[in-house]
Design a protein around this ligand. Sequence first.
Ligand code: SAH
Length: 406
Amino acid sequence: MPAVQPRARHAHPAVVLKPGREKSLLRRHPWIFSGAIGAVADDLQSGDSVEVRSSQGQFLAWAAYSPTSQIRCRVWSFEKAEVPGPELFRRRLQTAFSLRRALLPAAAVDALRLVHGESDGLPGLVVDRYADTLVVQILAAGCERWRAALVELLGELSGCAQIYERSDTETRELEGLPRRAGPLSGAAPSGPVEITEYGLHFLIDPASGQKTGFFLDQRANRQRIRALFAEREVLDCFCYSGGFSLAALAGGARSVVSVDSSASALALAQRNLLASGLEAARVSWIEADVFRFLREMHAKGRNFDAIVLDPPKFAPTQRHAQAASRAYKDINLFAFKLLRPGGLLATFSCSGGVSADLFQKIVAGAAADAAVSASILERFQAASDHPLLLEFPEGEYLKGLLLRRN
Ligand code: SAH
């Protein structure tokens, strides 16, 4: 029998918290802010695995250290026995993948979020699957350190040979990491990848699309729009590659006006319409700034029976909340003005810096200023392949309301 090598008692450097600052960790919150940290071992490097202890010396968690970020440590595990490394990552990925298999009918949907960062116990890692291609974001120092192991495991466990990286985000800079994009495994994609979502077909360009190429988080909400917007004259604002527009058309909308400021997004949307076999005559694609377009429609006295507002992230953090509130209020105000009585408004915010509560208040303020009464019929959130950890409310970003103008 091979001899068992005893592991050094302190094989990993330690981070010791200030007195009383262990509370959030005991509640399994996965972030440690710089202000909570008392002492750190000398020579800690970005991405190092550290053992986090209370001021009393109690083991709290294994975490990844990030010297430049305000989020100084992100937890890999709260179990002493779960030392960070490929074995732990394999288990985390297996769990994440099997959750998704149980959530979505593989025959109807071949695009899904396989890994959603903290929610899957892999802080800073986002993996979207588009047919046989994975698009990966490595957004924190810990994942950066383990990138080779993670990419190898992702290929092995998903069976996807094409893995493309889209870590070209601002959040990387907060971690002191350069933006990165390009193939991680397999050749660079020669063109868009086609995916299927409940009978609709979308082209995704991993190299140049927004985020990782598609807004998977809106999948279930697209299905609701498909069911609810039949027979209606629809306005889809910030339509990107046509997600909500195609859903409305497939559900029998009478007409759809789709607006986005990006010409390339609109070109993609038109190809998606064609690929999905939908009637081009029922939709108008308009390249315009939504803020200006809504005013123009109002000035012309145009009305709609249903409107989608799915703008980009106006407030990435709470610091931007005020300016973002004004922007949300503005578009919602004009949407209410354009909506006929009995009309439906599906309005979204994907800003982490604007809570669901605040968003509802902003929308209520917009209705008041438009002098209309409206009722909330449903609330929207990110699809279930973007789970939200109960102990990590910061993970909530997408929220939405389905309203009826009374
Ligand atoms: N509803 C889409 C996702 C929207 S993403 C879906 O379900 O797939 C936000 C979109 O808003 C992007 O396509 C971006 O090009 C567009 N955009 C950003 N600012 C804009 C503006 N001021 N006017 C019009 N479009 C804008």
